[in-house]
Design a protein around this ligand. Structure first.
Ligand SMILES: CC(C)(COP(=O)(O)OP(=O)(O)OC[C@H]1O[C@@H](n2cnc3c(N)ncnc32)[C@H](O)[C@@H]1OP(=O)(O)O)[C@@H](O)C(=O)NCCC(=O)NCCS
Length: 146
């Protein structure tokens, strides 16, 4: 089960993010608030385990971040959070979802491929460490919206 994540949860969300990402990529509480304040943004989380932030603009959704703490990985939570974000995006009228993932991030790439995302672009040296980003996309049909 996932819960809606509101701005009041920003400190707890930041704590989770810091466990899942290296320090230079972790978002602090202020960044969480900024993200959740963006038009169309929403968050879903499982306390102490993982979170997803996304937003919907018109008919397109974007994953802003997805994180599962190391101790909770490979138990299906990443897939659950992504599915919940897809369902919420569909509910808000999105018909497609986009995201960026580091080319070297095999766990995340495997998760996204398993959920039907395919590469539609490449952003060279997109990340601060020089890594390339892949732009992935999938459509959101009614069949996946439940
Ligand atoms: C990517 C991440 C969210 C996956 O979370 P998770 O809860 O472990 O993922 P799940 O257990 O739902 O895995 C679903 C599927 O994804 C794939 N997968 C996940 N982790 C994997 C790994 N380490 N190696 C290979 N495949 C992996 C598998 O196909 C897996 O299904 P399976 O366990 O039945 O084989 C997690 O590793 C994470 O937080 N990483 C650091 C932050 C990050 O990279 N976020 C994404 C940024 S774009």
């Amino acid at each position: 089960m996932t819960l809606p994540a509101a701005k009041a949860e920003a400190p707890a969300l930041a704590t989770l993010h810091a466990q899942a990402f290296p320090p230079e990529e972790a978002w602090g509480p202020d960044a969480m608030v900024l993200m959740l304040d963006m038009p169309g943004a929403f968050g879903l989380w499982r306390p102490d385990a993982g979170l997803v932030l996304a937003r919907v603009v018109l008919d397109e959704a974007e994953i802003l971040t997805l994180a599962v703490v190391p101790a909770a990985r490979r138990q299906g939570l990443g897939a659950t959070l992504l599915a919940a974000a897809l369902a919420e995006a569909a509910r808000r009228g999105a018909t497609a979802m986009l995201l960026e993932v580091a080319k070297a991030n095999q766990p995340a790439r495997a998760l996204y491929a398993a959920q039907g995302f395919t590469q539609v672009g490449l952003r060279r040296r997109y990340y601060a460490n020089g890594d390339d980003a892949l732009l992935l996309r999938r459509t959101i049909g009614p069949i996946n919206a439940s």
